[in-house]
Design a protein around this ligand. Structure first.
Ligand code: SF4
Length: 437
C-alpha cells in the first residue's frame, strides 16, 4: 500500500526550501504527500536553532502529530538536530534524527519506516559537513515565488550565532546548476525567484578548471540573461553589498529594488561584541547610498534586542540610529542565549522583561517606518506580483520594492505582474491600489 508523508518546517526560508527538496525525494519514491496537520505514515520535522524555544516547539509538534496517529514514523532534521541530536532522540516518539550532512540522504538510513522502541541518530561532525543539495520551494504552495538556495553555511563568526555550528562552512552551488534550476523554476511557472542562502552575499564558486571565480554579482548577471520576470536577493550582509551590485540593481528591469540588510545593533560597542564586520558609520553610509542611487528602494533591517551589555543607554543608541534612517521596515529578534557561542560567556545579561520591552519599542518604530514608506508611495505606480486572494475578493501582492498592496479583482490575477497605482495607505499592513494601464 502506498505510504503517506507530511512535512513541517520551523525557521528560515532556507529551511523551507530544503523541506521542499526532502518532499521531492519522497514524492519521487512514490509516497503520497499529505498536508501538515493531516494524519500520515511518516512525519518529517525540519527544525531551527535560532531561539532556545526550539526543543519546546519540537516536543509540542511531535506530540500533536502522534496524538492524531500514534504509529506515525517521526523524522527530525535541521539545525537543532545537528546541534543537539541526543536531546531530540530522547523525545518520546522520535524515530530518526538526521544531521546537516544526512538530511538529504534519508533513504540511505531508513527504508521500511517501521517504528521501534529506540530512536536512531545519524549526524556528522560539523567540520565534515560539505553536502549541498539543490533546494527550492514555493511560497504558501503557490506558483508565484520560489526560493532558490544558492549558498549554505557561513564562515563568519558572529558571537551570538549558532548557524556556523549547525550548517558548517560556507559553500556555494555551481553556477551551471544555479542557472539550470532557475530555468526549471521559470518553466514551471514561477514569476519570482528569491536567491537564498545562509550568507547569500558570500556566494563564491570556483569552476572545476579553477580559472574562474563566480561571486553573487556574476550569479545576478547570469540570471538576468534568462528573462526571469523577478529576481530578489533574500538577505545580504552590509559588507558584501558592493557598489557593482547596487549599480546592477539600479539598471536592472528584473532584480528587485529591495534589500534586507542585517544591522543587529546601532551601538558601536555592541556591534563589536557581536563581532559584526562593519561599523555603524559604514552601515549608515550604505543605507544613504542605496537611497540616493536607487530611488524608491525598499530596505528591511534585522535588529537584535537584549544582547549582553546592552544597557538602556546603548539600546537608546540603536533607537536614535534607526529612527531617522531611511529604511522601510525592521525585522526584530529578541536575543536568546545559545550554547557554545561567545556571547553566552559575556557578563551583563539583560533581563527577559527588558528584552521584550525593547523588542516592542522597535516594533513600533518598524510599523511607523513601514507606514511612512507606504505613504511616500501613494499615487505612484509599481509592478505588483499578485499572489493570494483573501476575503471579499481582494487579491494581495508585493511590488518590486516590497510594498504589500491589494486590489479588488479576485482569482483571475493570481501569478500575474501588473502595474498598480497605490491609491491609499491607512495601515502598515498593506496599501490599497488599482490596476493601472
Ligand atoms: S553572518 Fe553572522 S549571523 Fe549571519 S549566519 Fe553567519 S555567523 Fe550567523
Amino acid at each position: 500500500m502506498q505510504k503517506s508523508v507530511s512535512l513541517h518546517t520551523l525557521g528560515c526560508k532556507l529551511n523551507y526550501s530544503e523541506t521542499s527538496t526532502i518532499a521531492g525525494k519522497f514524492s519521487e519514491s512514490g509516497f503520497a504527500m499529505k498536508p501538515y496537520g493531516e494524519s500520515s505514515d511518516i512525519f518529517v520535522l525540519n527544525t531551527c536553532s535560532v531561539t532556545d524555544n526550539a526543543d519546546k516547539e519540537c516536543r509540542q509538534i511531535i506530540r500533536s502529530v502522534l496524538n492524531k496517529n500514534p504509529d506515525t514514523y517521526i523524522i527530525v532534521t535541521g539545525c537543532y538536530a545537528q546541534l543537539r541530536p541526543n536531546e531530540i532522540a530522547e523525545i518520546h516518539g522520535v524515530d530518526l534524527v538526521l544531521g546537516a550532512n544526512e538530511k538529504f540522504k534519508l533513504f540511505d538510513y531508513v527504508n521500511n519506516f517501521e517504528k521501534k522502541d529506540l530512536s536512531c541518530v545519524f549526524t556528522s561532525p560539523i567540520s565534515e559537513v560539505t553536502d549541498f543539495d539543490y533546494a527550492y520551494s514555493s511560497d504558501i504552495d503557490s506558483r508565484t515565488r520560489a526560493f532558490l538556495k544558492i549558498q549554505d553555511g557561513c564562515d563568519y563568526n558572529c558571537s551570538f550565532c549558532t548557524i556556523p555550528l549547525a550548517r558548517g562552512k560556507s559553500r556555494s552551488l555551481g553556477i551551471d546548476k544555479v542557472i539550470d534550476n532557475a530555468k526549471k523554476l521559470i518553466d514551471t511557472g514561477y514569476k519570482e525567484i528569491v536567491l537564498t542562502g545562509v550568507n547569500t552575499g558570500d556566494y563564491n564558486y570556483r569552476t572545476d578548471t579553477g580559472n574562474r571565480d563566480y561571486r553573487l554579482m556574476d550569479v545576478l548577471l547570469e540570471l538576468e540573461k534568462l528573462n526571469i520576470p523577478r529576481i530578489r536577493i533574500s538577505s545580504i550582509e552590509p559588507n558584501l553589498l558592493t557598489d557593482e551590485i547596487i549599480q546592477l540593481v539600479k539598471s536592472s528591469n528584473s532584480i528587485c529594488r529591495h534589500f534586507h540588510i542585517p544591522l543587529q545593533s546601532g551601538d558601536p560597542e555592541i556591534l563589536k561584541l557581536m563581532r559584526r564586520r562593519y561599523s555603524r558609520d559604514q552601515y549608515e553610509d550604505l543605507i544613504y547610498k542605496l537611497n540616493s542611487e536607487i530611488p524608491g528602494v525598499g530596505i528591511g533591517i534585522d535588529v537584535i534586542t537584549g544582547f549582553p551589555q546592552e544597557t538602556e543607554e546603548k539600546f537608546m543608541n540603536t533607537v536614535k540610529f534607526l529612527e531617522p534612517l531611511p529604511a522601510s521596515y525592521l525585522h526584530i529578534f529578541t536575543y536568546s542565549e545559545r550554547k557554545n557561542t561567545f556571547a553566552v560567556t559575556l557578563p551583563g545579561r539583560v533581563d527577559a522583561g527588558s528584552r521584550r520591552e525593547r523588542s516592542g519599542i522597535l516594533r513600533e518604530i518598524s510599523n511607523k517606518k513601514r507606514l511612512a514608506f507606504y505613504r511616500k508611495n501613494v499615487d505612484k505606480t509599481h509592478k505588483v506580483l499578485f499572489e493570494t486572494v483573501k476575503e471579499d475578493d481582494f487579491i494581495y501582492g508585493f511590488s518590486e520594492n516590497y510594498i504589500k498592496t491589494r486590489v479588488k479583482a479576485g482569482h483571475k490575477l493570481e501569478n500575474t505582474i501588473l502595474n498598480v497605482r497605490i491609491s491609499s495607505a491607512d495601515t502598515f499592513n498593506f496599501t490599497e491600489g488599482s490596476i493601472a494601464a
